[in-house]
Design a protein around this ligand. Structure first.
Ligand SMILES: *Cc1c(COP(=O)(O)O)cnc(C)c1O
Ligand code: SF4
Length: 338
């Protein structure tokens, strides 16, 4: 099977050979199509199946409940309507002032350079958001620069998306150079799932680019389960850590995927082995189509209580929710009244 050739290929080739056909995915995983295929085809009409072969290679063959598969395979339950589950749960469409820019958090400024992702995560709040229509072009740098100059409190720029590491190194270099030209910017943060789903994305050129930036670079990857962190992935992440990049991980708490303290403990320990620290554990954004991943507040609290009891503090991610209009991510556990 050509499935295994991905290791020899560079990341651009992998990005051009994503699996988008549910039939092919089930075939590779040796899953009988009867139960899963029709729902997958229906649900992918709303939000397409999209998954790199390197990520599929981390899945267990013959297991329809594989925690990595559940994150990417369209499911008929996505088509159900549920009250409270909406297309724009974070109200981001309203917060959008300039092309590709989101400034909701005081010192941090979110820059979206692409709407594309290497993988389509079924629970993602961006599944309905029209980023594609609102991306900054070269001529948008001037207004963005002026905005930053008018807001000297901004010292950190977050490249988010979509997924910024689907962009070429050349394009990234252009934007990093622009940001470096502003003295007030000290920190460059990159939010990306690509290093997890296509580890070869961390190539020499990218490592060189980040290592030699004037900015302090933070990479926040996104893995939800220890099985996402195979040896290749961990080795690639270590390369960046050796290049002085701070690597953190964020996860989403997902029913059926990582809804137990054991699974989350294993994830934190595996991250730590790779030199990565857990940062956030997000509760699910109430996005239309993701209801079947949702967990009750009680279950969530129980899992988090067990997590606290089983890990050193530095391996416990912060449990948070993003609430539309709030000035920061809202911590959900341990609120104490004095
Ligand atoms: C999450 C987020 C940030 C970054 O927040 P941190 O708490 O610093 O990780 C910045 N801007 C927006 C719009 C966000 O949603
Ligand atoms: S933005 Fe992140 S979570 Fe959403 S689909 Fe893209 S990679 Fe997945």
């Amino acid at each position: 099977m050509i499935n295994y050739l991905y290791q020899e290929q560079n990341w651009q080739t992998q990005l051009s050979q994503l699996i988008t056909d549910p039939h092919e995915l089930l075939d590779i995983l040796q899953l009988p199509p009867e139960q899963l295929l029709s729902g997958a085809i229906l649900a992918s009409a709303e939000f397409k199946l999209r998954v790199p072969r390197a990520f599929v290679a981390k899945m267990q063959k013959g297991n329809p409940l594989d925690p990595l598969l559940l994150q990417v395979l369209p499911h008929h339950l996505e088509l159900e309507e549920h009250t409270g589950f909406v297309t724009d749960p974070l109200g981001e469409e309203a917060a959008n002032q300039l092309a590709g820019v989101l400034h909701k958090y005081k010192s941090r400024f979110l820059l979206t350079l692409t709407g594309a992702c290497a993988v389509h995560c079924r629970y993602c709040f961006r599944r309905h958001f029209p980023y594609q229509e609102n991306l900054p072009k070269n001529e948008d740098w001037l207004p963005i620069k002026n905005y930053l100059l008018q807001h000297p409190e901004i010292n950190e720029v977050i490249l988010s998306g979509g997924d910024p590491l689907t962009l070429s190194n050349r394009k990234l270099a252009v934007w990093i150079e622009r940001l470096e030209s502003l003295e007030q910017i000290k920190i460059l943060r990159i939010h990306s799932r690509v290093p997890i789903v296509i580890p070869e994305r961390i190539d020499e050129e990218l490592t060189y680019l980040l290592k030699n930036s004037r900015l302090r670079v933070i990479l926040v990857v996104h893995a939800n389960h220890a099985a996402e962190l195979d040896d290749t992935t961990c080795t690639k992440l270590s390369t960046l850590i050796q290049a002085q990049v701070l690597v953190l991980n964020q996860s989403v708490l997902l029913k059926g995927v990582n809804d137990s303290a054991e699974v989350l403990v294993e994830l934190s320990q595996r991250l730590f082995e790779a030199g990565v620290l857990p940062y956030y554990l997000h509760v699910l954004d109430k996005v239309k189509g993701a209801h079947h991943f949702d967990l009750s507040a009680n279950v969530t609290n129980q899992i988090y209580t067990d997590l606290l009891a089983n890990l050193p503090g530095y391996l416990v991610p912060k449990l948070v929710r993003e609430i539309a209009g709030e000035k920061n991510k809202t911590p959900l556990y341990g609120a104490v009244t004095f």
